[in-house]
Design a protein around this ligand. Structure first.
Ligand code: NAD
Length: 360
């Protein structure tokens, strides 16, 4: 795999810095990937995962750090894109010493990279890492942290959905529309609340009986269906994937009856060509990394000293960004995912260039 040039596709081209970190005593093996610091320090979480091989871990950190650069750019943050992976099974090897060893490597980058939670790492881990480095966010409320990021993630998804509704139906509201929510987890639950408040009718599904019970108790007006297959083939106007990645694939897209897809799940497109299939079927897809940026907006705000109202205002702007992307997609005749990438690249180039203006 080429790190300095793309030998196996796009993902490994163009990273600024890739740092391999090892501490034999604790068993720490970590890779920190910095894709870009054009807009500011790179921000992205630490994934703690038992990758099959070192190459898999490297592949993941390269892809994820690149994704964060685009996400942070379109979230309007003065932050670049980075991510880290710790290679190992967190159940087996996670310890105070390992996390603190990792924190010292983060500190050694002197603020070029800020870490946060991701799969396999939690707020309590960030508090431990913070004993060795200043460059960590996503901390516990007792340590000035922002708490549950799914609140603003759901708010941002709702804003993106409003912008899509305006684009398709002329008015930025879901009132009178039927929205299918797949996944009533941390984000899906808040999203259902926003939709009901806006006057939408909701149909939902989850694999977890407790999540379904929550819906029965809290929103008895929500219709529940057996699975995501039943949800997407039902008579819905909007599909909101809020569970796992790959929700839009060669099986689900042909069955989809919705006109809009807007949801919280990461990596909704099972493969790059599927957004073209969506567009050909007349389905408007709002890129996942744009509409689910509320969470990163929240943890980024923590770096300044968390202020919920300020962070919410920033997450509300996901409406404007989504609207801009959809208009650009129309103007340039490309799917929204391509328009989003262009807009992110434009901001990184235009704002990033300003750092060449010398300050005395
Ligand atoms: N929490 C955040 O701030 C945040 C930020 C950005 C992106 N995301 C993404 O949004 C998605 C949801 O995040 P979350 O924090 O709500 O996670 P979660 O784990 O709390 O909720 C996911 C829910 O989906 C359900 N589910 C799993 N498989 C399903 C299936 N096949 N059909 C229907 N339901 C299924 C689970 O039972 C669970 O209730 C994830 O993809 C996550 O990566 C979350």
């Amino acid at each position: 795999m080429g790190v300095f040039a793309s030998t196996d596709g796009q993902e490994s081209a163009g990273h600024e810095q890739i740092v391999f970190c090892q501490d034999k005593q604790t068993g720490l093996k970590a890779i920190i990937g910095i894709y870009s610091t054009a807009l500011g320090p790179a921000l992205g979480g630490t994934r703690f995962y038992p990758y099959a091989t070192e190459a898999d871990a490297l592949h993941d950190v390269l892809e994820l750090s690149r994704g964060m650069a685009y996400k942070n750019a379109l979230a309007g943050l003065d932050l670049g894109g980075g991510k880290a992976v710790i290679w190992g099974d967190p159940e087996q090897v996670k310890s105070e010493a390992l996390l603190r060893a990792y924190g010292r490597f983060v500190e050694s980058l002197a603020g070029r990279y800020y870490t946060a939670c991701d799969v396999g790492t939690y707020v309590a881990d960030m508090d431990i890492i913070a004993r060795e480095t200043r460059y960590v966010t996503g901390r516990s409320v007792e340590h000035g942290g922002a708490g549950d990021s799914s609140i603003l993630t759901a708010w941002g998804v709702f804003q993106g959905m409003r912008a899509a509704a305006e684009h398709v139906w002329g008015s930025p509201t879901l009132a009178g529309r039927r929205v299918g929510v797949a996944g009533l987890g941390k984000v899906g639950k808040y999203l259902v609340g926003h939709l009901i408040d806006d006057g939408a009718s909701v149909v939902a599904t989850d694999v977890n009986e407790r999540a379904l019970d929550w819906a029965r108790q809290t929103y008895p007006q929500v219709d529940l269906v057996a699975d995501a297959g039943a949800l997407i083939s039902s008579d819905i106007d909007v599909y909101a994937p809020c569970a796992l990645g790959g929700a839009l694939n060669d099986e689900t897209v042909p069955a989809l009856r919705a006109k809009i897809v807007t949801g919280a799940a990461n990596n909704q497109l099972a493969h790059p060509g599927i957004d073209k299939v969506l567009a050909d079927r007349g389905v408007l897809y709002t890129p996942d990394y744009v509409v689910n940026a509320g969470g990163v907006i929240q943890v980024a705000d923590e770096i300044e000293g968390f202020n919920f109202e300020r962070a919410k205002l920033r997450a509300t702007r996901i409406f404007d960004t989504t609207r801009q992307i959809l208009r650009l997609a129309d103007a340039e005749g490309v799917p929204p995912a391509a328009a989003a990438d262009r807009l992110a690249e434009r901001r990184m180039a235009e704002v990033g260039r300003l750092r060449t203006i010398h300050l005395a």
